[in-house]
Design a protein around this ligand. Structure first.
Ligand code: FAD
Length: 354
């Protein structure tokens, strides 16, 4: 098959890249090893923000916050055009103590990102402490977002080929000439790697210094008759994400265990133990589901969105670690600009492929 652009990997990053490139007029084919959107992008919580932005380098927050600003419009137009509601909602995030008040207020103040110090008891009756409310933080429901993205790719004429695992790259001089897959060879003018946690392994020797490795995250799903609170709650690195229908996601672990997708009793007990410290009345609340996914872990959570140093028609958009859904829209925008050699809207030096 011949096409303008071949994208390898159908998670949130591959799908948003495909949409941006299709909208720019390219013919795009997306190759997915398994079924579309079943890996990290499905497993994640859907918080549309870094947990505590002030803990991260500017290279992370610059990209994340640009993407966050793009999401309301994109979620609305996805809903309108596909009929699938990704349930984007600005539910706000309430940060429970302990937290670094000065760092938080300085960071938010400098960037005019809304923040308020609040009495937690006004949001969670009986919890008398000072909290931080970030009213702009939003959430999506990942499986719905992925379904909407897929439909949008199809509506724009993109070709999605599932059960097509890319095995190898064929190259000639400084260009990739074809991809070998489990279903034959595919060629294009441009190749984009969006294979998440598998990107480095897939690229093999061509990965160079692209340093992406799987970091397992486990999450529990709880169910209540109605949402027990309205805001996303964050206490250190434990978060609770209330959905409109009474589901609450409780996450997550950060485990460097290779490609082992097991769920563990230790993680379950630890997450439940920590949530019961916040809500002692939940001592009998049990999860209805428990799953794991592989974040595409990268140093300092900084993704690579760039052209390959040696192959003129090979690009990566990967390594988004904890915030790939959040960063996906702005990452796709940067990828398109990189392919077209256009000026970038934000500094991109840190996202270079070395
Ligand atoms: C528990 C957990 C909670 C999270 N919470 C959040 C959150 O609240 N907010 C947020 O923004 N992010 C969150 N994340 C991180 C986020 O999910 C990831 O950063 C993001 O999904 C990465 O997207 P991706 O498209 O790069 O990877 P993936 O979604 O993993 O997609 C990569 C795709 O590439 C395919 N692939 C791999 N190898 C090949 C090959 N050789 N050939 C063809 N296809 C291939 C895979 O099958 C897969 O479908 C969380 C992650 C986890 C695990």
């Amino acid at each position: 098959m011949n096409t303008d652009i071949l994208i390898v990997g159908g998670g949130a990053v591959g799908l948003t890249s495909a949409i941006t490139l299709l909208e720019a007029g390219y013919r795009v084919t997306l190759l997915e090893r398994g079924s579309l959107g079943q890996e990290a992008s499905w497993a994640g919580g859907g918080i549309m923000s870094p947990l505590c932005s002030w803990d991260y380098q500017d290279a992370v927050t610059r990209l994340a916050h640009r993407s966050m600003a793009m999401f309301p419009g994109t979620a609305e137009s996805l809903h309108q055009s596909t009929g699938i509601d990704p349930e984007y909602q600005r539910s706000g995030m309430l940060v429970l103590p302990p937290f670094d008040t000065d760092a938080a207020l300085n960071w938010c103040g400098q960037r005019q990102f809304p923040v308020q110090t609040v009495n937690v008891a006004d949001y969670l009756p009986g919890q008398d402490s000072l909290g931080l409310l970030l009213p702009e933080v939003a959430q999506v429901r990942n499986p719905r977002l992925l379904r909407a993205l897929r439909k949008r790719v199809e509506m724009l004429g993109g070709v999605i080929l599932e059960q097509h695992e890319v095995l190898n790259f064929l190259h000639h001089d400084s260009r990739i000439s074809a991809l070998q897959t489990t279903r034959g060879e595919f060629s294009a003018d441009v190749y984009v790697i969006t294979a998440g946690a598998w990107s480095k392994q897939l690229l093999g020797e061509h990965a160079l210094q692209l340093n992406v490795k799987p970091i397992r995250g486990q999450i529990l799903l709880l169910k209540f008759n109605a949402p027990p609170f309205q805001n996303i709650l964050l206490k250190k690195d434990l978060y609770l994400i209330p959905r409109r229908d009474g589901h609450v996601l409780l996450g997550s672990t950060l485990e460097d265990v290779g490609f082992d997708k097991s769920i563990t009793q230790i993680a379950r007990d630890s997450l439940l133990g920590r949530v019961r410290e916040i809500f002692p009345a939940w001592k009998n609340v049990e999860p209805i589901k428990h799953w794991a996914g592989f974040r595409p872990g990268s140093p300092d959570n900084i993704p690579t969105i760039a052209r390959h140093p040696h192959f003129a028609n090979l690009y990566a958009n990967t390594g988004h670690f904890r915030y790939g859904v959040t960063m996906s829209l702005a990452s796709a925008e940067l990828l398109r600009n990189e392919i077209e050699n256009r000026p970038q809207p934000i500094p991109v030096e840190e996202y270079r492929w070395r």
